[in-house]
Design a binder for this molecule. Structure first.
Ligand SMILES: Cc1ncc(COP(=O)(O)O)c(C=O)c1O
Length: 386
């Protein structure tokens, strides 16, 4: 492609942004630059590449690509989603305060409470579906509002533009973990966010074969800091993983369409099952965040949570499945099914899980790309065992 890919549509950007043909050979894919260092032409003269923690062409291609998809200024790729979140939190200093969606990924909760509180950062866990609650939680030293929408696994939807307005009025930054929807469905920077967070492990890669993370900065100040942290703290993504994520992103738009089409069928099936007490899927008209999500995103995604009422019921169903894989993670081509209370959210204390409504009978599905009839038959088989 010639010219600036950002003026093209999303699918075109997914395939081309950040990826000019290799200048030496014309190779259509960015090579995996497996090099730790680069030879200087002469003392004081080099080609802009000195050491791979700081500069690597494969990682740069992915970073430019993700920035173009999210409509941001710069992308920054890390060894995991948690490493990306760690970099984000280095914007803060001891004594600073963060307002966080009360039901974030369990690892994010663990990192904030068990590690960062030790360094004097303070967190308020807030029902961010209420803009009034966000506003009420803001303090003099609130520097960051950290949002997940939809949340994991309760599928709570936050009004991102409204939250950005509240945060900015108080001088705080807004970061949105966009892992669950991906930029194919939701672009938080266009809604006012300052930073977008990704576990690229999930939909961006899409093939469950590499752990990684990314930040996209909307403003110069955060962009420069994130480059500095990548260079100084060094938890950057490897060139090979960057290649895998770039390759995965090329099919993101078509994958997401299929994930969502199947998720809609599965959610409708679950709603009709007498053994299922509750189905949480924003695509269902009765979901409390349905209208908001319809306004602020292009779709509802491929994640569904449902409640079977007890640990025993959830276990009976999960143990009977044949097609769906019982595993943590999400966003891959294969359907993954998990039990948040003992898996993704095991690090959240039991009382807190109960308070939030993450029950022991709760099951979360990341709907994959298999034939939906096979997935429905699998759930039918599983539910028969309850
Ligand atoms: C919403 C969300 N954010 C962040 C992470 C952390 O990403 P990683 O596992 O790549 O470190 C996860 C992982 O499951 C997640 O689901």
């Amino acid at each position: 492609m010639k010219g600036e890919p950002r003026r093209y549509g999303f699918a075109t950007r997914a395939i081309h942004a950040g990826q000019s043909p290799d200048p030496t050979t014309g190779a259509v894919n960015v090579p995996v630059y497996l090099t730790s260092t680069y030879v200087h032409d002469a003392l004081g003269e080099h080609k802009g590449f000195e050491y791979s923690r700081v500069q690597n062409p494969t990682r740069f291609a992915l970073e430019d690509n993700v920035a173009a998809l999210e409509g941001g200024l710069s992308g920054h790729a890390f060894a995991s989603g948690m490493a990306a979140i760690q970099c984000l939190l280095t914007l803060l200093s001891t004594g600073d305060h963060v307002v966080v969606s009360r039901n974030v990924y369990g690892g994010t909760y663990r990192f904030f409470t068990h590690m960062l509180e030790k360094y004097g950062l303070r967190f308020s866990w807030v029902d961010t579906t209420s803009l009034e609650a966000i506003d009420a939680a803001m303090e003099e030293r609130t520097r960051l509002v950290f949002l997940e929408s939809p949340t994991n696994p309760l599928m709570e939807i936050t009004d991102l533009a409204g939250a950005a307005e509240v945060a900015h009025a108080r001088g705080a930054l807004v970061a949105v973990d966009n892992t669950f929807l991906s930029p194919a469905l939701q672009q938080p920077i266009a809604l006012g966010a300052d930073v977008v967070v990704h576990s690229t492990t999930k939909y961006l890669n899409g093939h469950s074969d590499a752990v990684g993370g990314a930040l996209v900065a909307a403003r110069q100040q955060e962009s420069e800091w994130f480059y500095f942290v990548q260079k100084s703290a060094g938890a950057v993504m490897s060139p090979f993983d960057a290649f895998l994520v770039l390759r995965g992103i090329k099919t993101l738009p078509v994958r997401i369409e299929r994930h969502e089409a199947s998720a809609r069928r599965i959610a409708a099936f679950l709603v009709d099952q007498p053994k299922v007490e509750r189905v949480l899927y924003p695509g269902l008209p009765e979901h409390p965040g349905h209208d908001l999500q319809q306004r602020q995103a292009k779709g509802f995604g491929g994640m569904i949570t449902f409640d079977l009422g007890s640990y025993e019921a959830a276990k009976a169903m999960l143990d009977r499945l044949e097609v769906m894989s019982l595993a943590e993670s999400l966003g891959g081509v294969e359907t993954l099914i998990s039990h948040p209370a003992t898996m993704t959210h095991a690090s959240v204390p039991a009382e807190r899980r109960a308070e939030l409504g993450i029950g022991d009978g709760m099951v979360r599905i990341s709907v994959g790309l298999e034939d939906v009839e096979d997935l429905l038959a699998d759930l039918d088989r599983g539910l028969a065992a309850v």
